[in-house]
Write a protein that binds this ligand. Structure first.
Ligand SMILES: [Zn+2]
Length: 645
């Protein structure tokens, strides 16, 4: 058990500059009344899981908001001025002593009772991210669904493209756009109210907010002092919430989503008086890097940020402690060799050297950038760009020496494919260069590090998955009341994110992990069309349609039910969501031309081979675990996928 005793001391204050209205729970606790929850030992103690929010203020400052969640209600904590918060991790179990104020709980002492819970399963940091972008407004929306979809997924420079390139393909951003929904005026900058109204509106529209790991609330300016606000999480356990107050540009969009993964800002040292480019004599700009969305630009994230995220790994990160010559590969493309060269600083941190080349999101700059960064405990590191050359870039011939003489490095050569860095230590230093995983980097003709890279930046998954229904077979016949299992096979070069089963053109259920099977109970008499739609997070693929017949005496032969083909000839009911961006124009609008089937069974719905599904119908038989809520969502994604194909 770790104990942090925070005392009221007068010194530099933590910039907790904004107040979130946290609904009624704290009001309930005024007047010394004993709260009902067992979390409370006494009215002057609150205990629960810690939440940490990062507010990106419009004036260029930042604020950290600490809250403790009691009975699902967050209570804002006001920590003593100058409190050391470095040991406070999101989701840690904490107990705070103090007094309930008007808007927040004023903390005198805080104790960490338990560290954050470990992930329940062996988390795969690179499972596809699942985001719901929820547009809300109380008049005019900030963006149309189409505009939001372009910014998130389909447009040049989208968030999907951004994270794919940053992570060398390790991150897949998958998700959907919802709204714009009209919500009640939240009464001002009330982030919790906006979140709740957005979730309610999404649910009222028949969607399922809890199907998404991250929720992005996008709205016209609500008079907030911040442009963006996000809960701080970790790469393995992202926090859910982020808010966008009147802005959804590249920086705020990617920065707030990244805060959910625990990333902090990329700072910039300036105004140093001690003779060096960094250290305690310097000032720094919180959002100082113009090359990183964790600062104020939209280029690649700094190498320490990529290190924290696990995007750079193995011999992508090489630490040197003795003289040597190193190949430094471009930060923009997937490589086997060194993309971050770490060298010790005089104050116990590391220089992270990275080579920027004018490709992808870094199209307008090049040279060697140097950040200074320490490690991290719970959320991400604090990298500082240091100003060593024109725009911060070192060019061929430039050299730099640590203010305390720990190390000197020189950019010897700059090529399109790599830079060559010469490193010297006093007395030559000691120890061999090591990769971040403990391995040893390759050497080529006396230069450390392979030159092996892909020819360009990673592009998001371009090849769709394949999917087929393998059981039952087309034309199978069953007896009424039969029970059976529908099985599909799906494959993708990267990974299958989900497989949805459609029955007569209506979605029945989406599975997000294998086996891709659905059990059918007590099927009524009739003819049915089954189809599976697989998604890799970006592209979707449709299986061939399997037609089955259920009739008395069925189940003992393969039958001739395959002739029921004309159920598929009706038009495209399309998606009636007015916000939908991507209807592919195949709105046949054909009427019910075939009276052979009961209403709603395959008519007025889906043309065989057309991607647009009617999204508001219920499949004609019950599947275990039937989930209607994903319906419109899936329909939209399919439309997008086709538009991109
Ligand atoms: Zn921020």
């Amino acid at each position: 058990m770790e104990s942090l005793l925070l005392r009221r001391v007068a010194c530099a204050c933590i910039p907790i500059a904004i107040t979130l209205t946290t609904a009624c729970a704290q009001d309930d606790l005024r007047d010394g009344e004993l709260p009902r929850s067992g979390w409370f030992a006494a009215p002057d103690v609150v205990q629960g899981r810690l939440q940490i929010l990062v507010a990106d203020m419009l004036d260029g400052s930042t604020g950290r908001i600490h809250r403790v969640v009691v009975d699902d209600t967050p209570i804002e904590l006001v920590l003593p001025d100058g409190a050391d918060t470095t040991g406070l991790a999101p989701r840690a179990l904490v107990r705070a002593w103090g007094a309930q104020g008007d808007d927040a709980f004023e903390v005198d002492e805080l104790e960490v009772l338990a560290p954050p819970p470990a992930p329940l399963i062996d988390a795969d940091a690179f499972a596809p991210r699942s985001l719901a972008t929820i547009l809300v407004d109380w008049g005019d929306p900030l963006l149309s669904a189409e505009e939001a979809n372009e910014k998130m997924y389909t447009g040049e420079g989208s968030t999907q493209q951004f994270f794919a390139e940053m992570s060398y393909g390790k991150e897949t951003m998958a998700g959907d756009i919802f709204g714009p929904y009209s919500i009640a005026w939240p009464g001002g900058c009330d982030a919790d109210a906006i979140a709740q109204y957005a979730i309610n509106a999404m649910a009222d529209a028949g969607e399922n907010p809890s199907a998404y790991e991250q929720l992005m609330y996008v709205f016209p300016s609500a008079g907030c002092g911040w442009g963006g606000l996000a809960m701080l999480g970790s790469p393995q356990q992202p926090e859910r919430d982020s808010w966008y107050n009147g802005s959804f540009d590249c920086v705020v969009r990617n920065q707030e989503v990244a805060h959910n993964y625990g990333l902090l800002h990329t700072h910039f040292y300036y105004g140093c008086s001690g003779g060096g480019p960094f250290g305690s004599s310097c000032s720094f700009e919180e959002y100082g890097s113009p090359y990183d969305p964790m600062g104020y630009g939209c280029g690649h994230m700094a190498a320490p940020q990529k290190h924290y995220m696990g995007w750079l790994e193995g011999c992508n990160i090489v630490t040197a402690t003795s003289d040597g010559t190193f190949n430094l590969l471009p930060t923009e493309v997937p490589c086997d060799g060194t993309q971050a060269l770490r060298l010790p600083t005089f104050d116990g941190r590391y220089y992270y050297l990275e080579y920027r080349t004018p490709i992808g999101f870094d199209s307008d700059h090049s040279g060697v950038l140097v950040h200074v960064s320490g490690g991290w405990d719970y959320y991400g590191p604090d990298p500082y760009l240091i100003d060593l050359g024109e725009g911060g870039f070192l060019a061929a011939g430039d050299s730099y020496s640590d203010p305390n003489g720990e190390v000197t490095f020189t950019v010897v050569e700059e090529h399109d494919t790599h830079a060559v860095i010469d490193v010297t230590f006093p007395g030559g230093g000691s120890g061999a260069p090591t990769c971040i995983d403990g391995g040893a980097p390759e050497e080529q003709a006396g230069v450390v590090g392979t030159l092996s890279c892909l020819g360009g930046p990673f592009q998001p998954d371009a090849s769709p998955p394949t999917v087929a229904i393998v059981d039952p077979a087309d034309g199978d016949v069953f007896a009424p009341g039969a029970d059976f299992t529908i099985s599909a096979e799906a494959n993708d070069d990267i990974g299958v994110l989900s497989v949805a089963l459609y029955v007569d053109g209506a979605i029945a259920e989406t599975r997000t992990m294998p086996p891709w099977e659905w059990h059918v109970d007590d099927i009524p008499e009739g003819e049915y069309e089954l189809q599976a739609i697989a998604s890799d997070g970006i592209n979707e693929a449709e299986s061939a349609i399997v037609r089955i017949e259920v009739r008395p005496g069925g189940g003992d032969d393969g039958g001739d039910a395959g002739e029921a083909g004309d159920v598929g000839e009706a038009g495209d009911a399309a998606d009636d969501d007015t916000a939908d961006d991507g209807d592919d124009g195949d709105d046949g609008g054909l009427e019910d031309e075939d009276g052979a089937l009961p209403p709603g069974y395959g008519l007025d719905g889906e043309a065989a081979g057309c991607g647009c599904r009617a999204s508001d119908r219920t499949p004609p038989f019950v599947l275990l675990g039937f989930a209607a809520a994903l319906l419109r969502t899936r329909s939209r994604r399919r439309t997008e996928a086709r538009a991109r194909a």
